[in-house]
Design a protein around this ligand. Structure first.
Ligand SMILES: [Zn+2]
Ligand SMILES: [Zn+2]
Length: 208
């Protein structure tokens, strides 16, 4: 069976939205490959130029995660030179190459998830949820969509209970020592849910 299924299976055992987690590791791998291996390929740079570079969200990600400052500089040196040479009227629309690549990968994830849903939902972490953005993508898969909503609601209630407990303990200095890992995680999980984005770090940091 394909890797995506095993990745999903593993992520169903963890907290948070599994699709957000897949997106985050996909973006990480994409940028690593691009900035370390493909940056010197003129064809790759030509394609990025024709797409007018990355979208705001992915520029922010590139800026924050800075996988290779040299790679980023080479791509944007190229983009800037062409931008300055181009007539304002000719300015192109941005078709972010990372958004495009993710769209394709996400389509494949969708097919895999639908195909293996019963197997995947057989065991899941009690802090698993599907974020609003990704749950919406399953609207037409009626039964799966219902299951996703149900388990998301149930698990968010558990996370919410931890969040309330975290607030209470945080207020009283004496109780701070009794704050559990789940309580510490709860505010981060809730932010991820509302952001529809993996915020907890899964990147191993490298020096710039
Ligand atoms: Zn998500
Ligand atoms: Zn993008």
């Amino acid at each position: 069976m394909e890797n995506t299924f095993y990745d999903l299976k593993e992520l169903f055992q963890q907290s948070g939205c599994p699709i957000c987690a897949l997106k985050s590791s996909f973006e990480e791998r994409y940028l690593d490959t691009l900035l370390y291996e493909n940056v010197n390929d003129p064809k790759v740079r030509e394609r990025i130029r024709s797409q007018n570079g990355f979208c705001q969200e992915h520029i922010q990600l590139i800026f924050q995660s800075r996988p290779s400052v040299l790679g980023i500089s080479i791509i944007y040196d190229d983009l800037l030179r062409h931008h300055l040479q181009t007539d304002e009227k000719e300015s192109k629309e941005t078709v972010c190459p990372l958004c495009l690549a993710w769209k394709e990968k996400n389509r494949y994830i969708h097919t895999t998830l639908v195909k293996h849903w019963n197997d995947l939902k057989a065991t899941y972490n009690t802090r698993l949820f599907f974020c609003p953005t990704h749950i919406k993508q399953y609207e037409t898969d009626k039964i799966i969509y219902q299951d996703m909503n149900k388990l998301t609601k149930e698990n968010l209630k558990k996370i919410g209970a931890d969040l309330s407990s975290f607030i209470k303990k945080y207020d009283y200095r004496a109780k701070k020592d009794s704050i559990t890992i789940n309580e510490i995680n709860s505010w981060q999980e809730v932010l991820e849910y509302f952001a529809s984005r993996r915020l907890r770090n899964n990147r191993t940091h490298r020096p710039a």
